[in-house]
Design a protein around this ligand. Sequence first.
Ligand code: AR6
Length: 175
Amino acid sequence: MAKLEIVQADITTLAVDAIVNAANAQLRGGGGVDGAIHRAAGPQLLAACRAIGGCPTGDARLTPGFDLPARYVIHAVGPVWRGGGQGEAELLTSCYRRCMALAAQNGLRTLAFSAISCGVYGYPLEEAARIAVNTVTQSLQDTPSLELLQFCCFGAEVTRAYESALRGRRAPAAS
Ligand code: AR6
């Protein structure tokens, strides 16, 4: 079972098999972590995203990492927070599940997640951290290749939310 870890860092510096980007449905790049990843990966990343075309909310797509230290980028499209009654929790859960499925399919050993939807998309941080930690925990048994999973937190507030979610995490369902 993979080790779960919280790191406070710029995700573009992490030399893992894949980093998870908080992308938009057009996969066109943008601000926040998406902008930072595109800047660090170089223009080939945008070309690869254009070739894919787009990605529905709640899903994810894998590209190479190009100039990044990470081999791959998994572009996950989180929901915009609209008060919680628009299926946001299901869509965010689906993002984490799809990223874990891509990690399994590609035999990834190390993976770092950004805090999907927790920036301009406005998802409440504590709740998003709980979903991230619990969904990933539930998926670990189906991702046998994974040795290390990092939650990459940008700033102390995000780190605190993940620490609290990790302390309260639900054990995986018995198989
Ligand atoms: N490394 C790690 N985390 C970061 C970094 C970084 N370099 N920079 C920001 N974060 P956001 P979203 C954190 O807004 O809410 C983009 O324009 C940040 O502090 O990047 O899913 C896309 O194109 C926050 O905790 O993503 C979409 O249009 C987390 O990353 C839209 O924003 C996510 O914040 C997606 O919005």
